[in-house]
Design a protein around this ligand. Structure first.
Ligand SMILES: [Mg+2]
Length: 351
């Protein structure tokens, strides 16, 4: 008995480095940002078979012990493990995670390329392949990074078309930063992201000092791995606490369940669309809110996570919008929402 036609031909994995640039220098509270000033270095992965090319993006972060070199080394070892059938996304990703669990940014790029390939082959967008409704995507936030107050004011004004602004905090100047943003965005929803910037002892006071700015949520207030402190903080403040650095994988969701209000899911942290889907379902089963986010990355990476955005309560899909020279197109900005495209696969085109 044959359940499915035999696949002929072979699957070819290739990759190349790509340097792009942010419009403004990108700064966050902790070291290990995946952006160096304005310079963003990514690896674009291609999987070719039957004349169809699927693409994915690796956004390595030194915070997770990843670099361009570790991504390339992982890809070189991963090639022979892929097999010949791109439809086998499940077994392929499982094999790769078993071998390269510390290098999930590379695994994510392969997972994205496989989804893109399958979607193109079947002529459906990935979100439809996953059984999702693109109309359900929540509006995205636009990020205002750490900077001097004049530039923060300028960036806030430039974000006026967005309903939600995500303000990077975790510095000694948080109140001045938020005061400036609030002045130039009196009616927008404000979220803050401390990127581990507050100590467990000071976090509660820091939050009390800024809650008058009417915050929708707080992302990763303290350094990762401090689950008890995170739980005490979540119980003590009335602003929802969402983890990011703490919530990399489905396993992390289990550790965080009952301790925080929600988790930020990013493909380069968890290992791709398949892992991200699992992570979101697991978070839901444990009553956690879900944010979908991205690194500063091109339209390939953002389109990949946008495919899962219909499952999210909060979207932070502005990575490509922060770039001055994104070479690709894909995600569709309509009003204040970044939607996954209607085109097959990830719907990637050239800018
Ligand atoms: Mg974050």
């Amino acid at each position: 008995m044959r359940l499915w036609g035999t696949m002929r031909g072979t699957m070819k994995l290739t990759w190349r480095r790509l340097s792009v640039h942010t419009k403004y220098p990108f700064r966050i509270a902790r070291p290990g940002s995946s952006v160096d000033g304005n310079d963003v270095h990514r690896i674009i992965v291609e999987i070719e078979r039957d004349g169809i090319v699927g693409r994915g993006e690796a956004a390595p972060s030194s915070f997770y012990g990843q670099s361009l070199e570790t991504v390339e080394a992982t890809l070189a070892q991963a090639g022979p493990l892929l097999g010949d059938d791109p439809f086998q996304i499940g077994p392929i990703v499982d094999r790769l995670l078993y071998r390269f669990n510390d290098h999930r940014a590379a695994v994510a790029a392969i997972d994205e390329a496989l989804h893109d390939w399958v979607g193109q082959k079947l002529e459906v967008p990935v979100w439809r392949l996953l059984g999702l409704d693109a109309a359900a995507v929540p509006p995205t936030s636009m990020t205002v990074g750490i900077d001097n107050l004049d530039l923060i004011a300028q960036k806030t004004r430039e974000a006026s078309a967005f309903e939600i602004i995500k303000v990077k905090v975790g510095t000694a100047d948080d109140e001045a930063i938020l005061s400036t943003v609030r002045e130039h965005a009196p009616h927008q929803v404000l979220r803050v992201d401390a990127n581990c910037g507050w100590s467990a002892d000071q976090a509660r006071d820091r939050i009390e000092a800024i809650r008058r700015f009417n915050l929708e949520l707080i992302e990763q207030p303290i350094a990762s791995g401090q689950y008890d402190a995170l739980q005490r903080l979540t119980e003590a403040v009335d602003v929802p606490v969402i983890t990011d650095e703490d919530s990399a994988t489905p396993d992390d969701v289990l550790k965080l369940a009952g301790r925080v209000d929600g988790v930020n899911v990013k493909l380069s942290k968890c290992g791709g669309i398949r892992q991200g889907f699992d992570m979101i379902r697991l978070a839901r089963a444990h009553g956690l809110k879900v944010m979908v986010g991205c690194m500063v990355e091109t339209s390939i990476g953002v389109s990949a996570i946008a495919q899962l955005a219909p499952l999210a309560d909060f979207a932070d899909l502005d990575g490509h919008l922060l770039l001055a020279d994104d070479p690709f197109t894909g995600p569709v900005l309509r009003g204040a929402t970044v939607y996954p495209p209607d085109a097959p696969g990830l719907g990637i085109g050239s800018a």
